[in-house]
Design a protein around this ligand. Structure first.
Ligand SMILES: [Zn+2]
Length: 114
């Protein structure tokens, strides 16, 4: 994976989603459960969905791939409307899909590189 090391945007469905490296007050405000490595945030309707990656991931490229992909899966659930499905264990689905799809991409670089 070639994830930019500065803030960038990723297109997911109809959304152009900012991906931001943070470890400041804005990050901790959204981090309800301790200090997670990443977050997909939709609570701010005016600014739309966003992905936060903890700035410490800049020094952990392999873990950054996983965290980015994990949050991207949450974003995909949001973009395709899965978040409103009844009795959905989104965290389980996202964790499983992120691990599997990330490995598929890494194992098939000819297919997924531009
Ligand atoms: Zn998650």
């Amino acid at each position: 994976m070639n994830i930019p090391t500065k803030d960038f945007k990723v297109k997911v469905g109809g959304f152009n989603v900012p991906v931001m490296y943070r470890d400041d007050d804005e990050y901790t405000r959204y981090a309800r459960d301790g200090n997670p490595d990443g977050m997909f945030v939709t609570v701010d309707e005016l600014r739309g969905p966003r992905i936060f990656l903890h700035a410490s991931l800049l020094k952990q490229p392999n873990h950054r791939d996983y965290v980015f992909f994990h949050e991207l899966m949450h974003c995909a659930c949001y973009a395709c409307g899965l978040k409103s499905a009844p009795k959905l264990n989104e965290e389980y689905i996202v964790h499983s899909l992120a691990n599997t799809l990330l490995q598929v991409i890494k194992d098939n670089p000819k297919i997924f590189s531009s």
